[in-house]
Design a protein around this ligand. Structure first.
Ligand code: DX5
Ligand code: ZN
Length: 213
């Protein structure tokens, strides 16, 4: 599956971006919310996303790079989001947050930074619908894919099998045709791609190429 990241879109013309996007083969729209605290950057917030959600016809894959994400379960729900991703590193009571997301009627995703080992998921994997492995340090688009992520994907596959988890594996950051193929081969289910898709001369085609890997 493919989840193009809104972060790389032309914010001055989101309506025309959503025009091609809605007709494309993309499965989800990946939405990166940043707070300038958990990550050293600020992207966009709910007043903007409300309008994006209105014109986007695909399921929203919301990636919260913020502290205390549990405070925003209702806001994410109000967008009509399909999936709410929270960072492991941002949640002291991760199990509680995951169940708050489920109780709000959304799929729950847990995200790991590059330096966080997959082993921390042992006791939560069976409760979540998706694990997002960051393949760059979160905060910015256009960075280089960290190759160690591929080993983490393989380790995560084993952990999911061992814990009986049916969670999907998603990677985010530096995905292009080459790293996307490596990630697919390692066992990734969902590829997030920002600049590779939105900066392409033909974004629809870029989605198709990634989807065909
Ligand atoms: C990074 C974000 C990513 C970003 C990916 O903090 O979580 O979703 O948009 O952008 P690219 O694909 O350009 O690395
Ligand atoms: Zn993201």
């Amino acid at each position: 599956m493919i989840s193009p990241s809104l972060l790389a879109a032309n914010f001055a013309n989101l309506e025309s971006e959503m025009e091609w996007f809605n007709k494309s083969c993309a499965d989800w729209l990946h939405i990166d919310v940043m707070d300038g605290v958990f990550v050293p950057n600020i992207s966009f917030g709910f007043p903007v996303l409300k309008h994006v959600a209105r014109i986007c016809q695909k399921p929203l894959d919301v990636h919260l790079m913020i502290v205390q994400p549990e405070k925003f379960v209702n806001e994410v729900k109000a967008l009509g989001a399909y999936l709410m991703n929270v960072h492991y590193e941002a949640c002291t009571h991760l199990h509680r947050v995951v169940w708050q997301i489920h109780e709000a009627g959304m799929k729950a995703g847990v995200t790991l930074n590059p330096a966080t080992p997959v082993s921390v998921l042992e006791d939560i994997a069976a409760d979540v619908d998706l694990i997002l492995l960051m393949s760059v340090n979160p905060g910015f688009g256009g960075q280089k894919f960290i190759p160690r992520t591929l080993d983490k994907v393989r380790e995560l596959r084993e952990l999911l099998a061992r814990t009986g988890s049916k969670a999907l594996i998603e990677v985010d950051g530096g995905v292009n045709l080459e790293t996307g193929r490596q990630a697919r081969d390692a066992g990734v289910d969902v590829l997030v791609a920002g600049s590779y898709v939105f900066s392409a001369p033909d974004p629809t085609r870029a989605c198709e190429e990634l989807a065909a890997l």
